[in-house]
Design a protein around this ligand. Sequence first.
Ligand SMILES: Cc1cc2nc3c(=O)[nH]c(=O)nc-3n(C[C@H](O)[C@H](O)[C@H](O)COP(=O)(O)OP(=O)(O)OC[C@H]3O[C@@H](n4cnc5c(N)ncnc54)[C@H](O)[C@@H]3O)c2cc1C
Length: 498
Amino acid sequence: MATAASCKSSRFSGTVVCRSPCWRGQRQHGGRNRFSFPRPRKSRLSSGAAAGISKLQIHGARTGWTTCRTGPAIATQFRPGSRNSAPRSCRRLGPRSGRPPRSTCGNIDALRAKANTGPICGPLSGRSGGTGPVPVLIIGGGLAGLTAAWQLHRAGIDFLLVEARDRLGGRILTAGAGGLPAADGFDLGPSWFWPGMHPGMDRLVAELGLAAFAQAGEGALLFQRAGRPAPERYPMMQQEPASMRLAGGTGAIIAALAARLPADRIRLGTRIARITHGQAGIVAHLADWPAPIAASHVICALPPRLLAAIALDPAPKAATLDLWRGTPTWMAPHAKMFALYDRPFWRDAGLSGAAHSQTGPLVEMHDATTASGKAALFGFVGVPAPHRVQAGRDAVVAASVAQLGQLFGPQALTPLATLYHDWAADPLTATALDQAAGEHPAGGQRDWSGAIWRDRLTLAGSETAVQTPGYLAGAIEAGERAAAKLIRQHANQRSAKQ
Ligand SMILES: Cc1cc2nc3c(=O)[nH]c(=O)nc-3n(C[C@H](O)[C@H](O)[C@H](O)COP(=O)(O)OP(=O)(O)OC[C@H]3O[C@@H](n4cnc5c(N)ncnc54)[C@H](O)[C@@H]3O)c2cc1C
């Protein structure tokens, strides 16, 4: 018997590879998993589970993934809902330079309307649009950017947050059955946090008044060996700490933060392509808009690899660029697939919904049923990113549904809907460097900005966190750290003037 808690060595690289993204975090941060598992036979390079994907090899078959994450449901805990303001109407950017008007509203407005929160769209502000520099420009409207914005706002420091997508959240994407962002839906990006190990998340969830519940895990775990579609059944063992989810989905944390920020300080659909640094401060140039944004300081709340793609003048030193490019964006190489059902039928057969497979295309599956009872199974796709693109979404989804049928029975073959998001194919998350499964960002203290930009530019993406890089907690840690630095600077400037 081999313990599943010890990840298996890669046959190719000789390094320890743990394909279970969530488990990996727990392993690194000291989580305990008391689970033992029969050692699988060495798998041959395996083919996909169904037609259309037959030439694809799953990550696990190529590098030796391991099954190591299990856990029964712990007590479900619901806390009172968040404070929400009444919805306001959506404004549009006025036509400039003869261009058609552009809405700053994204799908997040629909999300927030459902959540009874106001829109987060706003017009171009005079302060940011030309009359004077904004004190802090935040690039990136994911959890890190919004955390930084909230801290600055609470300290009374003006900011402008720009986000390239037409929605907030970045890697956090909670979608409904139709695939659009929803106030109560399925997490196509992150699903879990681990109380105690990620105190930043615990604190923010409590502060925002969000409800959390334990990942469902009652029942048996299935294991599908290479070349043997019929699954083996094992008891689930307790995982400590339990993986926790947010009621409504992780999008709830984004909606709650956005609701606390002034709508006119957030601009969606605004991609920064170039940043120049002169005597007077920073000038950020947009990818498709002539008017630049002047700022005294810029917080780059995005993965360092994406920052490396923004043209900086003057150029950072080679060592700084190497650090940015060499920092993997956590989970960027991965894809998630969901199958939605009218009820969690697998529970009738005593199954937890958790499964691990050496056959693929899904390598790690879980019950994704929402706190409100919308039933679903989800899985991480184990097919490498370039092969997923080659096969196409439909083939990957069809093969995944076929595999769910092998594991959970014929009822799994007819989902009400399927959802699929390939993060490696999303250029606002992944770069060419993220197409191969990557390592976890290293964390620790780093000189992220380099000497040339140190006084004007601060990195704040989750990957730059010291303690919990790559995680939701890392985004909070990095966003708070960046805001704290600027709050200190502003306080020092104020006292120097007095
Ligand atoms: C599939 C998946 C599963 C995951 N599971 C977990 C989990 O279970 N638990 C956990 O803790 N973490 C998990 N993570 C990681 C977690 O999602 C991230 O740590 C966190 O969301 C990062 O937030 P961020 O704000 O630092 O970066 P991002 O969310 O990447 O936000 C960066 C923002 O910058 C924007 N942007 C990029 N370039 C520009 C530009 N030029 N101009 C303007 N805006 C720009 C992007 O559109 C994006 O909105 C998962 C991630 C993925 C993809």
